[in-house]
Ligand binder design. Structure first.
Ligand code: GDD
Ligand code: MG
Length: 351
């Protein structure tokens, strides 16, 4: 099985620790390896020689070569700019097909935590079985609350069983629903969170692009026609200017009829925002997670994260996030963790 790691996101909801110059996937957030390195370490037993690929923006090329020094040079696929995961995976797929036309690719995010690695590898192998039958397969996680930052998958009939996992048809795929809808899905009980881990044949995926995003398919054809020629980079840069900025979830998964899900129990978390990250770190008797110098009075369920060396003092806080990196300070209620993205958007537009 080929591995493709998506590593081009900016990790904006973990601002100010995650920055555009060094987003979260390049940081050692929960261990002494970076999230990117852990992503690859986790699947090493499944990898065939030379078959790990990474797709990312040109700005991150150096970080990737530093952190994954053993992957072949040509396996780092560079997008001229971030245009969302649909085009990133499409670009990677046309590259990967050159050397292995019938390959199945597993698309992993460089910023996930998975606790049960062996179960995860089995789930990927189960997904591969359905992928060989022409399905676009995704891993589904049992939801624990109405998180609006995820995709939701309505589970349909059983297709088959393999490698200790069931594989179901997907009845509906709904990316990032609003709060009410997410709550409705949760109450229904036959919905999973989309883990954002996909398995399919490169051919199946490119066919799906042809059907649901025909313009992107044409753009990728133009890039493909320049393979091995000196005009490759110019062609790619030119084509990319007009590529639609959309994620694979909206562009393909919500539209395609041949989607399957493998429900998994692998200790998965998307380390997507400060609230989630806080739940993954060890807390003290008052349920505070403290990193850095801190003094408190009556503070509960609060994250105090300081890598500035500055002393953080809090009084009477319950359920807050306080993140200090020296050049920026974030203070927010934990249940507004998704909105950190809005701050980053604002900073970006204000330059
Ligand atoms: N190369 C590249 N180019 N990578 C990208 C780009 C891009 O333009 N945009 C995002 N990525 C990478 C990110 O680094 C991350 O590893 C992965 O693609 C997913 O992007 P996120 O931005 O983290 O997506 P999300 O968390 O909002 O939503 C996705 O993941 C959820 C689970 O974590 C969706 O697939 C949801 O449906 C899913 O529930
Ligand atoms: Mg994410």
């Amino acid at each position: 099985m080929d591995i493709l790691v998506l590593a081009g996101g900016t990790g904006s909801r973990l601002w100010p620790r995650s920055r555009r110059t060094k987003p979260k996937q390049f940081l050692p957030l929960l261990s002494n390896r970076t999230m990117l390195q852990e992503t690859v370490d986790r699947v090493r037993p499944l990898i065939e020689e030379g078959r790990v690929f990474v797709v990312t923006g040109s700005d991150y090329e150096e970080l990737i070569r530093e952190q994954l020094s053993d992957i072949p040079r040509n396996n780092v696929i560079l997008e001229p700019s971030g245009r969302g995961t649909a085009s990133a995976i499409g670009l990677a797929a046309i590259h990967m097909r050159r050397s292995a036309p019938d390959a199945v690719m597993a698309v992993l995010s460089a910023d996930h935590l998975i606790l049960r690695n062996e179960a995860f590898r089995q789930a990927l192998q189960a997904a591969e079985v359905a992928a060989r039958e022409g399905y676009l397969v995704t891993l589904g996680v049992k939801p624990s609350f109405a998180n609006t930052g995820y995709g939701y998958i309505q589970c349909g009939e059983l297709i088959t069983e393999a490698h200790n996992h069931k594989i179901h048809r997907v009845q509906r795929f709904a990316e990032k629903p609003d709060q009410d809808t997410a709550e409705r899905y949760l109450a229904k009980g036959n919905y999973f969170w989309n883990a954002g881990i996909f398995v399919w044949q490169t051919k199946t995926f490119l066919d799906a692009i042809g059907r649901h995003m025909p313009e992107l398919r044409n753009q990728l054809n133009q890039v493909q026609a320049s393979f091995g020629k000196s005009r490759y980079h110019d062609t790619l840069a030119h084509v990319w200017e007009n590529v639609e900025n959309i994620t694979v979830d909206y562009g393909i998964m919500e539209r395609a009829p041949n989607v399957a899900v493998v429900p998994v129990d692998i200790g998965w978390s998307d380390v997507g925002d400060w609230h989630t990250l806080t739940t993954l770190m060890s807390d003290d008797d008052s349920a505070n997670v403290v990193i850095g110098p801190h003094v408190e009075v009556d503070t509960k369920s609060t994250l105090i994260y300081s890598d500035s060396g500055r002393m953080i003092a809090t009084i009477g806080l319950d359920g807050f996030l306080v993140v200090d990196t020296g050049d920026a300070l974030l203070i927010a209620p934990r249940d507004r963790a998704q909105d950190v993205k809005k701050i980053v958007d604002q900073l970006r537009t204000e330059g």
